[in-house]
Design a protein around this ligand. Structure first.
Ligand code: ZN
Length: 128
């Protein structure tokens, strides 16, 4: 007999979604590091949560609206490296590979802290 375990979070951490990125999506906690914010934004893409993506975008760069493609299927996130981005920093970068059905997004994203909360600024695409 198979033991049912709660599904791990889309961001790849073993915790169930509700106890991982779900806390940030619901607004009951704020991502403590740039990496945690990056993971929660990936999970928001996977769950088509455009509202969270807009909320965690730097006001300077935030698009007026975000139309997510419902056919997009995100299949995995791999964090390759980080700089700064901790509780002791005000800026940080996260380099990652995000896989989706049909391709992979390899990006170095920049994050800043605005009023204490980490937000996404922008990113550079890297060769696959
Ligand atoms: Zn997560």
């Amino acid at each position: 007999m198979r033991v049912m375990t709660p599904r791990s979070c889309p961001c790849g951490l073993p915790e169930p979604y509700q106890e991982c990125c779900g806390r940030f999506h619901r607004g009951v906690a704020a991502a403590p590091t740039a990496e945690a914010l990056m993971r929660s934004r990936y999970s928001a893409f996977a769950r088509q949560d455009a509202e969270y993506l807009l909320r965690t975008w730097h006001p300077r760069n935030r698009p007026a609206r975000l139309d997510l493609d419902p056919r997009m299927r995100w299949t995995g996130l791999e964090i390759l490296g980080t700089t700064g981005g901790s509780a002791f920093h005000t800026t940080g970068t996260v380099t990652f590979r995000a896989s989706y059905r049909g391709g992979v997004l390899h990006e170095r994203s920049r994050f800043e802290r605005v009023d204490g909360a980490w937000v996404y600024v922008d990113g550079d695409f890297l060769p696959e």
